[in-house]
Design a protein around this ligand. Sequence first.
Ligand code: XIL
Length: 464
Amino acid sequence: MTLDPARHRGRRTSRLRGVVLTVAAGTVAVGAALTLSGTADAATTLGASAAASGRYFGTAVAAYKLSDATYLGILNTEFTMVTPENEMKWDATEPAQNSFSYTNADRIVSQATSMGARVRGHALAWHQQQPSWVQSLSGTALRNAMLNHVTQVATHYRGQIYAWDVVNEAFADGGSGARRDSNLQQTGNDWIEAAFRAARAADPNAKLCYNDYNTDGQNAKSNAVYAMVQDFKSRGVPIDCVGFQSHFNAQSPVPSDYQANLQRFADLGVEVQITELDIEGSGTAQADSYARVTQACLNVTACKGITVWGIRDSDSWRASGTPLLFDGNGTKKQAYTSVLTTLNGGTEPSTPPSTPGSPSTPPPSGGACTATLSNNAWNGGFVTTVKVTAGSSALSGWSVTVTLPSGAAVTSAWNSQSSGTTGAVRFANASYNGRVTAGGSTEFGFQGTGTAPSIVPACTASLG
Ligand code: XIL
């Protein structure tokens, strides 16, 4: 891939600026780093701001939108990485067996090349968006068809892809930690490593990623992916990166341990990438969530970039949730500004106010408080008990925000003062149970109608 010299110069300048910022932030207090934001030096696009710390900022692109001037203008200006939204999927690239069709994907790759951006290839092997001929195969025939697909497509794009999502969404949701029971899985448990080996052989310089959703915090599914990556590393199966799709909304908010989860994967020796970010919502709440995700990536050295799953809200695969950084007119949203400011070092590391909690996970020392919940649920209602545990310091007060599933409502609460009854409901300590000794715990509860909450709640504390 060739870089346009003008853009190339711009990128080098950004990198140099990044060095200065890093040194400043490393030798002076955070407060001083804050004063750097808003100076004439701060980069003014997502791509340039991310480049200042050696990262990329990408978006999913649809080939048929490249003729839309507003779309193309934003793409050219803001982004340094491109993922074809659908054009490299199996149904698009091999509509009939051994007959390959690259026209739309190639258009996106040339667009990326012309703007000096790189490309994330998405996705070689996936249970979705398979052509019908694949869906009618099984066993060895399917395995061989999959390996041939990986080899052919990765060979076609050899040298042009920064990272491939070699395998997408191969683990089941829920608490089982099992592989998803797909047609590919039924060809044998080793199908994932076979796909990775074929991809490496076809394009030795592309980074090879495993990509999934609902793996953004520590849970049974991400634990299973973690174990697979650990196993691949120990046996020399080629894997270079893990992609975290990061599709968020009220039912599935940014997990409180998002950064910690990225970090534990990074500690296995893989790059981590935020691959399909979108956060439903609007205004400050949406902007804050975007800032948290951005800051989490900045705080993890091995997090090399963020890709949002589309440009304008109207381009989104879930447009009604207005989950992106530009509105339907292509105007920058509050979420855009908060991402840009965060990339420019303008916010303090926004480690979430809580650390994850589950009965088997003791709070890490230094964490202010953790909250765990247990439910007694029946058809149409539930009683939830929440245990608040102090970290290594005593608490003088606490509050826990529990996100209820849609349709659920709190009808009464005890040992706490609640605000709100639906959505994100906040429970603050009662006058008599705000003080919790270091390592100690207290409990409160509530009753409600609808489905019981299941998301690990966020806990915030005052110390002292
Ligand atoms: C989505 C696209 O955005 C839609 O246009 C398409 O109809 C369905 O797929 N996880 C993935 C992406 O890995 O490929 C999906 O993209 C969104 C969920």
